[in-house]
Design a protein around this ligand. Structure first.
Ligand SMILES: NC(=O)c1ccc[n+]([C@@H]2O[C@H](COP(=O)([O-])OP(=O)(O)OC[C@H]3O[C@@H](n4cnc5c(N)ncnc54)[C@H](OP(=O)(O)O)[C@@H]3O)[C@@H](O)[C@H]2O)c1
Length: 262
């Protein structure tokens, strides 16, 4: 029997990434786990090897360190057995924009945007040539809602959504599947990093439910999966409203309201 493609998951030491590792291992895929905390990954890997029998590899990497990112890029470029990239590692910051330091904001963008884009960029040409492969990018509903008050975090997630939609248009015709997953509040440690007590926030989804729902979207080859949204039509209407504007962007002259009266 042909071996299933291996799945490289960033941020696999805990939270959403750890559950992705569990679910893909149970589906019989070899797993490559990427994160900084080796001990946690070893514990999870030992359990998954015992329970599923699949091969689990651990790559320690700080995705804010260019040398570590380069290591993962090389692996994604060169290993023909890697058929799925789950770009999940991400973090959030406490405070408002004026309270956050430029260095912290730079690190947030480095992880949520730069590393994620570099890893997609490393693997996309190989997937394109092979005419197969999947890239899952974990974004967030915060990327659709500045009102939720996590401005830079939300901006990084808006980037991830846009990137995924663009990659879907570019790579879809070549046979590569690209999915953006937009979780809402999910019970993980990210809230601690954002300076919030997860137990004091209502409406948190459990992480297993989130990943299982995201995988239904994956199996259905959805481009955008919003697990909490009750009516898919709401997303479709939102996207359709955007598309209505497209033909109007290409104009030789400014709209009347922007023309000064002589
Ligand atoms: N939980 C939510 O409510 C929620 C909602 C919407 C979207 N999301 C998104 O879901 C993704 C996963 O978040 P989560 O909730 O599972 O968060 P989490 O529990 O804090 O896990 C984050 C993962 O990313 C890894 N990571 C953090 N910094 C890293 C770095 N510099 N280099 C390599 N790995 C790093 C962590 O591992 P190490 O510390 O071992 O490196 C950990 O495995 C993120 O992209 C997040 O933005 C989460």
């Amino acid at each position: 029997m042909q071996q299933k493609p291996a799945v490289l998951i960033t941020g696999a030491s805990t939270g959403i990434g750890a559950v992705y590792a569990d679910r893909f291992a149970r589906r019989g895929h070899p797993i490559v786990m990427v994160a900084r905390d080796t001990e946690r990954m070893q514990t999870l890997a030992a359990r998954l090897r015992a329970e599923t029998g699949v091969e689990i590899e651990i790559l320690k990497a700080d995705l804010n360190d260019p040398a570590d990112v380069a290591k993962i890029e090389t692996r994604l470029r060169d290993d023909p057995n890697l058929g799925v990239l789950v770009n999940n590692a991400g973090t959030a910051l406490p405070g408002t924009f004026i309270e956050q330091s430029s260095d912290d904001v730079t690190r947030l963008i480095g992880l949520n945007v730069t590393a994620l884009t570099r890893l997609a960029s490393a693997v996309a040409p190989r997937f394109g040539r092979a005419g197969q492969g999947a890239i899952v990018n974990v974004a967030s509903v915060v990327g659709l809602a500045p009102e939720l008050g996590m401005t830079v975090y939300g901006a990084t997630k808006a980037f991830v959504l846009f990137l995924s939609q663009g990659l879907h248009l570019e790579l879809g015709p070549k046979g590569v599947y690209v999915q953006a997953v937009l979780p809402s509040g999910t019970r993980t440690e990210i809230w601690q990093h954002a300076g919030r007590d997860v137990n004091k926030i209502e409406g948190m989804m459990e992480v297993d439910e989130l990943v299982d729902a995201a995988l239904v979207g994956f199996d259905n080859r959805e481009t955008v999966t919003i697990p909490t949204l009750p009516e898919l039509e709401q997303w479709q209407q939102y996207d359709a409203a955007r598309l209505v504007m497209l033909p109007n962007f290409r104009q030789e002259h400014a709209a009347t309201r922007y023309r000064r009266k002589m």
